[in-house]
Design a protein around this ligand. Structure first.
Ligand code: HEM
Length: 444
Protein backbone atom coordinates (compact mmCIF):
# COMPACT_ATOMS: atom_id res chain seq x y z
CA UNK A 1 0.00 0.00 0.00
CA UNK A 2 1.33 3.48 -0.87
CA UNK A 3 0.46 6.47 1.28
CA UNK A 4 -1.32 9.31 -0.48
CA UNK A 5 0.84 12.48 -0.08
CA UNK A 6 -0.92 14.61 2.52
CA UNK A 7 -1.02 18.37 2.86
CA UNK A 8 -0.37 19.34 6.49
CA UNK A 9 -3.35 21.55 7.18
CA UNK A 10 -6.34 21.82 9.49
CA UNK A 11 -8.36 23.11 6.55
CA UNK A 12 -7.33 24.73 3.24
CA UNK A 13 -10.68 26.27 2.25
CA UNK A 14 -9.44 29.83 2.80
CA UNK A 15 -6.29 29.12 0.78
CA UNK A 16 -8.47 27.76 -2.03
CA UNK A 17 -10.47 31.00 -2.03
CA UNK A 18 -7.30 33.10 -1.99
CA UNK A 19 -5.39 31.12 -4.61
CA UNK A 20 -8.28 30.27 -6.97
CA UNK A 21 -7.70 28.24 -10.12
CA UNK A 22 -4.04 27.22 -9.52
CA UNK A 23 -4.74 25.93 -5.98
CA UNK A 24 -4.68 22.21 -6.88
CA UNK A 25 -2.02 22.50 -9.60
CA UNK A 26 0.46 24.07 -7.13
CA UNK A 27 0.06 21.21 -4.71
CA UNK A 28 0.36 18.48 -7.34
CA UNK A 29 3.63 20.13 -8.36
CA UNK A 30 4.80 20.45 -4.75
CA UNK A 31 4.17 16.76 -4.08
CA UNK A 32 5.36 15.77 -7.58
CA UNK A 33 2.36 13.45 -7.66
CA UNK A 34 -0.95 13.15 -9.52
CA UNK A 35 -2.71 12.43 -6.24
CA UNK A 36 -2.66 14.18 -2.87
CA UNK A 37 -4.88 14.62 0.14
CA UNK A 38 -6.01 17.84 1.78
CA UNK A 39 -8.91 19.14 3.87
CA UNK A 40 -11.61 21.41 2.45
CA UNK A 41 -14.83 22.56 4.16
CA UNK A 42 -13.66 20.55 7.20
CA UNK A 43 -13.50 17.22 5.38
CA UNK A 44 -10.77 15.01 4.00
CA UNK A 45 -10.51 15.34 0.21
CA UNK A 46 -8.41 13.29 -2.21
CA UNK A 47 -7.42 15.26 -5.32
CA UNK A 48 -6.69 13.64 -8.70
CA UNK A 49 -4.92 15.09 -11.71
CA UNK A 50 -4.31 14.10 -15.34
CA UNK A 51 -5.83 11.55 -17.72
CA UNK A 52 -5.34 8.54 -15.44
CA UNK A 53 -6.94 10.39 -12.56
CA UNK A 54 -9.77 11.49 -14.86
CA UNK A 55 -10.34 7.93 -16.13
CA UNK A 56 -10.68 6.77 -12.51
CA UNK A 57 -12.91 9.71 -11.59
CA UNK A 58 -15.29 8.90 -14.47
CA UNK A 59 -15.47 5.18 -13.68
CA UNK A 60 -19.06 4.68 -12.48
CA UNK A 61 -18.05 1.47 -10.75
CA UNK A 62 -15.98 3.39 -8.24
CA UNK A 63 -17.60 6.81 -7.99
CA UNK A 64 -21.01 8.38 -7.70
CA UNK A 65 -22.21 11.98 -7.71
CA UNK A 66 -24.90 11.83 -5.05
CA UNK A 67 -23.58 13.80 -2.09
CA UNK A 68 -20.64 15.27 -4.01
CA UNK A 69 -22.02 18.59 -5.26
CA UNK A 70 -22.08 21.02 -2.28
CA UNK A 71 -25.50 22.42 -1.40
CA UNK A 72 -24.15 25.96 -1.89
CA UNK A 73 -23.43 25.09 -5.54
CA UNK A 74 -26.83 23.44 -6.00
CA UNK A 75 -28.58 26.46 -4.45
CA UNK A 76 -26.94 28.81 -6.94
CA UNK A 77 -25.56 27.14 -10.08
CA UNK A 78 -27.30 23.87 -10.89
CA UNK A 79 -30.51 23.87 -8.85
CA UNK A 80 -31.16 21.17 -6.24
CA UNK A 81 -31.18 17.45 -7.07
CA UNK A 82 -30.54 18.09 -10.76
CA UNK A 83 -28.98 15.71 -13.30
CA UNK A 84 -25.51 16.65 -12.02
CA UNK A 85 -26.22 14.86 -8.69
CA UNK A 86 -27.86 11.69 -10.07
CA UNK A 87 -26.40 8.22 -10.58
CA UNK A 88 -26.93 4.94 -12.39
CA UNK A 89 -30.17 4.14 -14.24
CA UNK A 90 -31.95 7.31 -13.07
CA UNK A 91 -29.04 9.43 -14.34
CA UNK A 92 -28.84 7.64 -17.67
CA UNK A 93 -32.57 8.03 -18.22
CA UNK A 94 -32.57 11.77 -17.41
CA UNK A 95 -29.36 12.28 -19.44
CA UNK A 96 -31.06 10.67 -22.44
CA UNK A 97 -33.66 13.44 -22.24
CA UNK A 98 -30.91 16.09 -22.32
CA UNK A 99 -29.02 14.43 -25.16
CA UNK A 100 -32.24 14.07 -27.19
CA UNK A 101 -32.26 17.85 -27.76
CA UNK A 102 -28.61 17.86 -28.90
CA UNK A 103 -29.26 16.50 -32.40
CA UNK A 104 -27.58 18.18 -35.37
CA UNK A 105 -30.95 19.53 -36.47
CA UNK A 106 -31.68 21.00 -33.04
CA UNK A 107 -28.25 22.62 -32.78
CA UNK A 108 -28.65 24.06 -36.29
CA UNK A 109 -31.94 25.60 -35.18
CA UNK A 110 -30.20 27.18 -32.19
CA UNK A 111 -27.45 28.56 -34.44
CA UNK A 112 -30.01 30.10 -36.82
CA UNK A 113 -31.75 31.78 -33.90
CA UNK A 114 -28.42 33.05 -32.57
CA UNK A 115 -27.38 34.30 -36.00
CA UNK A 116 -30.47 36.50 -36.21
CA UNK A 117 -29.60 37.96 -32.82
CA UNK A 118 -25.97 38.67 -33.77
CA UNK A 119 -27.22 40.61 -36.79
CA UNK A 120 -29.78 42.60 -34.81
CA UNK A 121 -27.31 43.49 -32.08
CA UNK A 122 -24.52 44.61 -34.42
CA UNK A 123 -26.95 46.98 -36.12
CA UNK A 124 -27.31 48.66 -32.75
CA UNK A 125 -23.60 48.50 -31.91
CA UNK A 126 -22.89 50.71 -34.91
CA UNK A 127 -24.80 53.49 -33.15
CA UNK A 128 -23.12 53.06 -29.75
CA UNK A 129 -19.95 54.83 -28.50
CA UNK A 130 -18.79 51.83 -26.57
CA UNK A 131 -20.01 48.27 -26.41
CA UNK A 132 -19.27 46.08 -23.37
CA UNK A 133 -19.07 42.79 -25.21
CA UNK A 134 -19.75 40.50 -22.24
CA UNK A 135 -22.94 42.40 -21.32
CA UNK A 136 -24.22 42.36 -24.89
CA UNK A 137 -23.32 38.75 -25.65
CA UNK A 138 -25.05 37.47 -22.50
CA UNK A 139 -28.25 39.06 -23.87
CA UNK A 140 -27.69 37.54 -27.32
CA UNK A 141 -27.19 34.15 -25.65
CA UNK A 142 -30.23 34.59 -23.39
CA UNK A 143 -32.52 35.55 -26.28
CA UNK A 144 -31.19 32.72 -28.46
CA UNK A 145 -31.44 30.14 -25.65
CA UNK A 146 -35.01 31.14 -24.73
CA UNK A 147 -36.15 31.10 -28.36
CA UNK A 148 -34.51 27.68 -28.87
CA UNK A 149 -36.00 26.13 -25.77
CA UNK A 150 -39.47 27.58 -26.43
CA UNK A 151 -39.50 29.96 -23.47
CA UNK A 152 -41.18 33.30 -24.28
CA UNK A 153 -39.06 36.27 -23.23
CA UNK A 154 -40.63 39.71 -23.05
CA UNK A 155 -38.51 42.57 -24.34
CA UNK A 156 -38.76 44.26 -20.94
CA UNK A 157 -37.31 41.27 -19.09
CA UNK A 158 -34.32 40.36 -21.31
CA UNK A 159 -31.72 42.19 -19.26
CA UNK A 160 -33.09 41.03 -15.88
CA UNK A 161 -33.30 37.36 -16.92
CA UNK A 162 -29.84 37.41 -18.51
CA UNK A 163 -28.48 39.03 -15.32
CA UNK A 164 -29.97 36.27 -13.19
CA UNK A 165 -28.43 33.51 -15.30
CA UNK A 166 -25.05 35.26 -15.16
CA UNK A 167 -25.38 35.74 -11.37
CA UNK A 168 -26.04 32.03 -10.88
CA UNK A 169 -22.85 31.08 -12.70
CA UNK A 170 -20.92 33.89 -11.03
CA UNK A 171 -21.80 32.49 -7.60
CA UNK A 172 -20.24 29.04 -7.92
CA UNK A 173 -16.87 29.93 -6.39
CA UNK A 174 -18.04 32.85 -4.27
CA UNK A 175 -18.79 33.63 -0.65
CA UNK A 176 -20.67 36.66 0.66
CA UNK A 177 -22.74 38.99 -1.56
CA UNK A 178 -21.85 37.28 -4.85
CA UNK A 179 -23.05 33.95 -3.45
CA UNK A 180 -26.30 35.51 -2.19
CA UNK A 181 -26.93 37.26 -5.50
CA UNK A 182 -26.73 33.80 -7.08
CA UNK A 183 -29.17 32.34 -4.57
CA UNK A 184 -31.79 35.02 -5.14
CA UNK A 185 -31.29 34.73 -8.90
CA UNK A 186 -31.93 30.98 -8.67
CA UNK A 187 -35.17 31.48 -6.77
CA UNK A 188 -36.39 34.10 -9.29
CA UNK A 189 -35.45 32.09 -12.37
CA UNK A 190 -36.96 28.84 -11.02
CA UNK A 191 -40.23 30.62 -10.20
CA UNK A 192 -40.38 32.05 -13.73
CA UNK A 193 -39.62 28.77 -15.51
CA UNK A 194 -41.90 26.71 -13.23
CA UNK A 195 -44.76 28.89 -14.46
CA UNK A 196 -43.69 28.19 -18.07
CA UNK A 197 -43.78 24.44 -17.37
CA UNK A 198 -47.26 24.87 -15.90
CA UNK A 199 -48.42 26.77 -18.99
CA UNK A 200 -46.98 24.16 -21.36
CA UNK A 201 -48.74 21.41 -19.44
CA UNK A 202 -52.11 23.13 -19.24
CA UNK A 203 -52.00 24.22 -22.90
CA UNK A 204 -51.81 27.98 -22.21
CA UNK A 205 -48.44 28.00 -23.98
CA UNK A 206 -48.07 26.09 -27.24
CA UNK A 207 -44.55 24.79 -27.85
CA UNK A 208 -43.50 22.60 -30.73
CA UNK A 209 -42.67 18.98 -30.11
CA UNK A 210 -38.92 18.48 -29.99
CA UNK A 211 -38.20 21.87 -28.44
CA UNK A 212 -36.50 21.61 -25.04
CA UNK A 213 -39.51 23.14 -23.20
CA UNK A 214 -41.80 20.47 -24.69
CA UNK A 215 -39.27 17.68 -24.08
CA UNK A 216 -38.68 18.58 -20.42
CA UNK A 217 -42.32 19.37 -19.61
CA UNK A 218 -43.49 15.97 -20.89
CA UNK A 219 -40.50 13.87 -19.81
CA UNK A 220 -41.38 10.93 -17.59
CA UNK A 221 -38.97 9.51 -15.03
CA UNK A 222 -38.22 5.79 -14.72
CA UNK A 223 -41.35 5.33 -12.61
CA UNK A 224 -43.45 6.78 -15.44
CA UNK A 225 -44.26 10.02 -13.62
CA UNK A 226 -43.86 13.53 -15.03
CA UNK A 227 -41.14 15.49 -13.24
CA UNK A 228 -42.69 17.68 -10.57
CA UNK A 229 -43.10 21.24 -11.77
CA UNK A 230 -40.13 22.55 -9.82
CA UNK A 231 -37.80 19.75 -10.94
CA UNK A 232 -38.83 20.30 -14.56
CA UNK A 233 -38.03 24.00 -14.15
CA UNK A 234 -34.60 23.16 -12.69
CA UNK A 235 -33.76 20.95 -15.67
CA UNK A 236 -35.12 23.33 -18.32
CA UNK A 237 -32.95 26.03 -16.78
CA UNK A 238 -30.03 23.58 -17.04
CA UNK A 239 -30.47 23.98 -20.80
CA UNK A 240 -30.77 27.79 -20.79
CA UNK A 241 -28.37 29.08 -18.12
CA UNK A 242 -25.27 27.30 -19.50
CA UNK A 243 -25.93 28.73 -22.97
CA UNK A 244 -25.84 32.20 -21.39
CA UNK A 245 -22.58 31.12 -19.72
CA UNK A 246 -21.00 30.69 -23.17
CA UNK A 247 -20.81 34.53 -23.13
CA UNK A 248 -17.69 34.11 -20.95
CA UNK A 249 -15.95 31.92 -23.52
CA UNK A 250 -16.99 34.32 -26.29
CA UNK A 251 -15.53 37.24 -24.33
CA UNK A 252 -12.32 35.25 -23.88
CA UNK A 253 -12.38 34.51 -27.63
CA UNK A 254 -12.51 38.27 -28.33
CA UNK A 255 -9.65 38.76 -25.89
CA UNK A 256 -7.60 36.10 -27.68
CA UNK A 257 -8.29 37.70 -31.08
CA UNK A 258 -7.04 40.99 -29.61
CA UNK A 259 -4.01 39.63 -27.75
CA UNK A 260 -2.90 37.26 -30.50
CA UNK A 261 -3.89 39.06 -33.74
CA UNK A 262 -2.00 36.58 -35.90
CA UNK A 263 -4.84 34.12 -35.34
CA UNK A 264 -7.43 36.60 -36.59
CA UNK A 265 -5.45 36.66 -39.84
CA UNK A 266 -5.34 32.87 -40.03
CA UNK A 267 -9.09 32.66 -39.45
CA UNK A 268 -9.68 35.28 -42.15
CA UNK A 269 -7.39 33.36 -44.51
CA UNK A 270 -10.06 30.65 -44.36
CA UNK A 271 -7.80 27.77 -43.45
CA UNK A 272 -9.94 24.67 -43.09
CA UNK A 273 -11.08 23.98 -39.52
CA UNK A 274 -9.02 26.86 -38.16
CA UNK A 275 -11.97 28.42 -36.29
CA UNK A 276 -12.48 25.09 -34.56
CA UNK A 277 -8.81 24.84 -33.49
CA UNK A 278 -9.12 28.40 -32.21
CA UNK A 279 -12.20 27.82 -30.04
CA UNK A 280 -10.77 24.55 -28.71
CA UNK A 281 -7.67 26.45 -27.62
CA UNK A 282 -9.86 29.13 -25.98
CA UNK A 283 -11.57 26.35 -24.00
CA UNK A 284 -8.17 24.90 -22.98
CA UNK A 285 -6.27 28.11 -22.28
CA UNK A 286 -8.78 30.31 -20.44
CA UNK A 287 -10.12 29.25 -17.05
CA UNK A 288 -13.72 28.25 -16.41
CA UNK A 289 -14.40 25.08 -14.34
CA UNK A 290 -11.61 24.67 -11.75
CA UNK A 291 -12.38 21.10 -10.57
CA UNK A 292 -15.18 18.55 -10.21
CA UNK A 293 -16.27 16.35 -7.30
CA UNK A 294 -17.43 12.76 -6.77
CA UNK A 295 -17.70 10.27 -3.87
CA UNK A 296 -16.28 6.74 -3.62
CA UNK A 297 -19.03 4.10 -3.70
CA UNK A 298 -17.06 1.67 -1.50
CA UNK A 299 -13.55 0.93 -0.20
CA UNK A 300 -11.17 0.14 -3.06
CA UNK A 301 -7.53 0.25 -4.08
CA UNK A 302 -6.13 2.06 -7.14
CA UNK A 303 -2.46 2.08 -8.12
CA UNK A 304 -1.64 1.01 -4.57
CA UNK A 305 -3.61 3.87 -2.99
CA UNK A 306 -6.49 3.14 -0.68
CA UNK A 307 -9.85 4.89 -1.10
CA UNK A 308 -12.56 4.73 1.56
CA UNK A 309 -16.29 4.44 1.04
CA UNK A 310 -17.85 7.93 0.93
CA UNK A 311 -14.46 9.58 0.29
CA UNK A 312 -14.79 12.96 -1.46
CA UNK A 313 -12.57 13.16 -4.54
CA UNK A 314 -11.80 16.23 -6.68
CA UNK A 315 -10.63 16.10 -10.29
CA UNK A 316 -8.26 18.94 -11.26
CA UNK A 317 -9.77 20.34 -14.49
CA UNK A 318 -7.75 23.56 -14.76
CA UNK A 319 -4.43 21.89 -13.93
CA UNK A 320 -5.01 19.02 -16.39
CA UNK A 321 -5.63 21.58 -19.17
CA UNK A 322 -2.32 23.27 -18.32
CA UNK A 323 -0.11 20.23 -17.72
CA UNK A 324 3.20 20.38 -19.63
CA UNK A 325 3.23 16.57 -19.91
CA UNK A 326 0.03 16.74 -22.00
CA UNK A 327 0.30 20.10 -23.71
CA UNK A 328 3.51 21.47 -25.22
CA UNK A 329 4.15 24.96 -23.79
CA UNK A 330 0.79 24.94 -21.95
CA UNK A 331 1.04 28.63 -21.03
CA UNK A 332 1.21 29.63 -24.73
CA UNK A 333 -1.99 30.26 -26.70
CA UNK A 334 -1.60 28.04 -29.75
CA UNK A 335 -4.65 26.83 -31.71
CA UNK A 336 -2.32 24.79 -33.97
CA UNK A 337 -1.94 22.23 -31.24
CA UNK A 338 -5.47 21.03 -32.02
CA UNK A 339 -4.48 20.26 -35.61
CA UNK A 340 -2.40 17.41 -34.28
CA UNK A 341 -4.25 16.63 -31.09
CA UNK A 342 -4.91 12.93 -30.77
CA UNK A 343 -6.31 13.16 -27.33
CA UNK A 344 -8.40 10.85 -25.28
CA UNK A 345 -11.72 11.38 -23.51
CA UNK A 346 -9.72 12.17 -20.38
CA UNK A 347 -7.12 14.81 -21.25
CA UNK A 348 -9.03 17.70 -22.85
CA UNK A 349 -11.68 18.12 -20.16
CA UNK A 350 -12.88 21.76 -19.97
CA UNK A 351 -16.47 20.48 -19.79
CA UNK A 352 -15.73 17.17 -18.10
CA UNK A 353 -14.51 13.87 -19.55
CA UNK A 354 -15.62 10.33 -20.31
CA UNK A 355 -18.91 9.52 -22.04
CA UNK A 356 -21.91 11.76 -22.62
CA UNK A 357 -24.62 9.14 -22.27
CA UNK A 358 -23.40 6.97 -19.40
CA UNK A 359 -21.34 9.59 -17.59
CA UNK A 360 -21.55 13.19 -16.45
CA UNK A 361 -19.68 14.80 -19.34
CA UNK A 362 -21.33 18.14 -20.21
CA UNK A 363 -24.50 17.65 -22.23
CA UNK A 364 -23.95 20.97 -23.98
CA UNK A 365 -20.36 20.59 -25.19
CA UNK A 366 -21.30 20.43 -28.89
CA UNK A 367 -23.55 23.47 -28.50
CA UNK A 368 -20.74 25.34 -26.77
CA UNK A 369 -18.26 24.62 -29.56
CA UNK A 370 -20.70 25.51 -32.35
CA UNK A 371 -21.97 28.70 -30.68
CA UNK A 372 -18.36 29.80 -30.07
CA UNK A 373 -17.37 29.07 -33.68
CA UNK A 374 -20.30 31.14 -34.87
CA UNK A 375 -19.36 34.02 -32.56
CA UNK A 376 -15.72 33.97 -33.66
CA UNK A 377 -16.72 33.92 -37.33
CA UNK A 378 -18.95 36.90 -36.66
CA UNK A 379 -16.32 38.87 -34.72
CA UNK A 380 -13.71 38.33 -37.42
CA UNK A 381 -15.70 38.50 -40.66
CA UNK A 382 -18.93 40.41 -40.11
CA UNK A 383 -17.71 43.40 -38.10
CA UNK A 384 -14.68 45.60 -37.60
CA UNK A 385 -14.08 47.41 -34.33
CA UNK A 386 -11.50 49.15 -32.18
CA UNK A 387 -10.39 47.99 -28.77
CA UNK A 388 -9.86 51.10 -26.62
CA UNK A 389 -7.56 51.14 -23.57
CA UNK A 390 -9.13 49.27 -20.70
CA UNK A 391 -8.38 46.79 -17.93
CA UNK A 392 -8.34 43.42 -19.71
CA UNK A 393 -6.83 41.56 -16.79
CA UNK A 394 -8.70 38.48 -15.58
CA UNK A 395 -7.97 37.25 -12.09
CA UNK A 396 -7.16 33.57 -11.55
CA UNK A 397 -8.24 34.04 -7.95
CA UNK A 398 -11.81 34.74 -9.02
CA UNK A 399 -13.87 31.63 -9.82
CA UNK A 400 -15.38 31.98 -12.39
CA UNK A 401 -13.46 34.78 -14.03
CA UNK A 402 -13.49 37.06 -17.09
CA UNK A 403 -11.72 40.26 -18.23
CA UNK A 404 -12.34 43.03 -15.73
CA UNK A 405 -13.62 45.53 -18.30
CA UNK A 406 -16.00 42.98 -19.84
CA UNK A 407 -14.07 43.65 -23.10
CA UNK A 408 -15.06 47.03 -24.46
CA UNK A 409 -15.13 47.66 -28.22
CA UNK A 410 -15.86 50.90 -30.08
CA UNK A 411 -16.30 52.19 -33.66
CA UNK A 412 -18.16 49.06 -34.65
CA UNK A 413 -18.78 48.83 -38.40
CA UNK A 414 -20.46 46.01 -40.27
CA UNK A 415 -18.29 44.82 -43.13
CA UNK A 416 -21.23 43.79 -45.28
CA UNK A 417 -19.80 40.28 -45.37
CA UNK A 418 -21.54 37.48 -43.56
CA UNK A 419 -19.81 34.26 -42.55
CA UNK A 420 -21.09 31.36 -44.64
CA UNK A 421 -23.12 29.98 -41.74
CA UNK A 422 -25.13 33.22 -41.63
CA UNK A 423 -25.85 33.57 -45.31
CA UNK A 424 -29.24 31.86 -45.21
CA UNK A 425 -30.39 33.51 -42.02
CA UNK A 426 -32.79 36.46 -42.24
CA UNK A 427 -31.92 39.16 -39.69
CA UNK A 428 -34.31 39.51 -36.76
CA UNK A 429 -36.70 42.34 -37.60
CA UNK A 430 -36.39 43.38 -33.99
CA UNK A 431 -35.15 41.71 -30.85
CA UNK A 432 -38.70 40.88 -29.87
CA UNK A 433 -39.21 38.91 -33.07
CA UNK A 434 -36.96 36.05 -32.01
CA UNK A 435 -37.57 36.43 -28.30
CA UNK A 436 -41.11 35.11 -28.59
CA UNK A 437 -41.01 31.69 -30.21
CA UNK A 438 -44.53 32.04 -31.62
CA UNK A 439 -43.21 34.77 -33.92
CA UNK A 440 -39.86 33.18 -34.65
CA UNK A 441 -38.98 33.38 -38.37
CA UNK A 442 -37.71 29.80 -38.30
CA UNK A 443 -40.39 28.01 -36.33
CA UNK A 444 -43.30 29.94 -37.76
C1 HEM B 1 -19.66 27.77 -20.98
C2 HEM B 1 -19.77 26.58 -21.45
C3 HEM B 1 -19.90 25.38 -20.57
C4 HEM B 1 -19.02 24.91 -19.64
C5 HEM B 1 -17.66 25.49 -19.25
C6 HEM B 1 -19.61 23.71 -19.09
C7 HEM B 1 -18.99 22.91 -18.15
C8 HEM B 1 -19.58 21.77 -17.62
C9 HEM B 1 -18.94 20.92 -16.67
C10 HEM B 1 -17.53 21.09 -16.14
C11 HEM B 1 -19.82 19.96 -16.35
C12 HEM B 1 -19.64 18.85 -15.31
C13 HEM B 1 -19.11 17.58 -15.89
C14 HEM B 1 -19.02 16.53 -14.79
O1 HEM B 1 -19.67 16.65 -13.77
O2 HEM B 1 -18.30 15.55 -14.97
C15 HEM B 1 -21.04 20.20 -17.08
C16 HEM B 1 -22.18 19.44 -16.98
C17 HEM B 1 -23.35 19.74 -17.62
N1 HEM B 1 -23.55 20.71 -18.56
FE1 HEM B 1 -22.16 22.03 -19.20
N2 HEM B 1 -20.82 23.51 -19.67
C18 HEM B 1 -21.04 24.49 -20.58
C19 HEM B 1 -22.11 24.63 -21.43
C20 HEM B 1 -23.24 23.85 -21.37
C21 HEM B 1 -24.37 23.99 -22.25
C22 HEM B 1 -24.42 24.95 -23.43
C23 HEM B 1 -25.32 23.12 -21.81
C24 HEM B 1 -26.70 22.85 -22.34
C25 HEM B 1 -27.30 23.56 -23.26
C26 HEM B 1 -24.78 22.41 -20.66
C27 HEM B 1 -25.44 21.48 -19.93
C28 HEM B 1 -24.85 20.68 -18.96
C29 HEM B 1 -25.55 19.63 -18.24
C30 HEM B 1 -27.02 19.26 -18.37
C31 HEM B 1 -24.60 19.03 -17.40
C32 HEM B 1 -24.82 17.85 -16.45
C33 HEM B 1 -24.38 16.57 -17.14
C34 HEM B 1 -24.47 15.33 -16.24
O3 HEM B 1 -24.39 15.47 -15.03
O4 HEM B 1 -24.64 14.23 -16.80
N3 HEM B 1 -23.52 22.89 -20.44
N4 HEM B 1 -20.85 21.30 -17.88
Amino acid sequence: MTNIPKEKTLDSSVKLLLEGFPFLQRRFRKFNSDIFETRLLLQKVVCLHGPEGAALFYDNEYFKRNGAVPKRVQKTLTGENALHTMDDAAHRHRKEMFMSVMSQESIKRLLDLMAAQWQAYTLEWETMDRVVLFDEVREIMCRGACAWTGVPLKESEVSKRADDFVARVDAFGAVGPRHWRGRFARIRSEKWIARIIEQVRNGELQVQEGTPAHTVAWHRDLNGELLDQHMAAVELINLIRPIVAIARYITFSALALHQFPVYRQRILAGEENYVEYFVQEVRRYYPFAPFLGARARSDFEWQGYEFEEGQLVLLDVYGTLHDERLWERPTAFSPERFKYWKGSKFDFIPQGGGDYDSGHRCAGEWITIEVMKQAVAFLTEAIEYRVPNQDLHYSLRRMPTYPKSGFVISNVRRTGKLPAAFASVPPAASHAATAAPQRCPFLG
